[in-house]
Design a protein around this ligand. Structure first.
Ligand code: SF4
Length: 107
């Protein structure tokens, strides 16, 4: 995991969910108003599961395949960030946590 992503996740673990960040110059980077920005750096990246809206694309910068989250609404919807935070604070392994939330109908 990138240092920047790790630092962001640690910050959320300490400070809690944030809601939409309308002051961010990229807002709404997932192209819908009200986007929840707590998990700007997603703890599940790269989930490699298109069910959430992610997909493979060719990076314009490197020409290599990258997992793009631009169309993912799941982790940026109102209902999910707190559940993710609770799971991570309990020490749930991220892949297992994501799968559990989907299986419980939060997908
Ligand atoms: S597609 Fe969504 S859940 Fe998957 S890694 Fe990207 S932001 Fe996270």
């Amino acid at each position: 995991m990138l240092d920047k992503a790790k630092a962001h996740i640690e910050m959320v673990m300490a400070e809690g969910v944030k809601g939409p960040d309308k002051g961010c110059k990229y807002y709404p980077c997932h192209h819908f108003e009200g986007q929840e920005c707590t998990w700007c750096f997603c703890p599940f990246y790269p989930c490699l599961d298109p069910s959430a809206g992610g997909k493979w694309k060719v990076s314009e910068r490197t020409g290599k395949d990258v997992w793009s989250c631009i169309d993912c609404r799941w982790v940026h919807s109102d209902a999910i960030p707190e559940k993710v935070l609770e799971g991570l604070r309990r020490g749930e392994e991220p892949r297992r946590l994501r799968r559990r939330l989907w299986e419980e109908g939060h997908g």
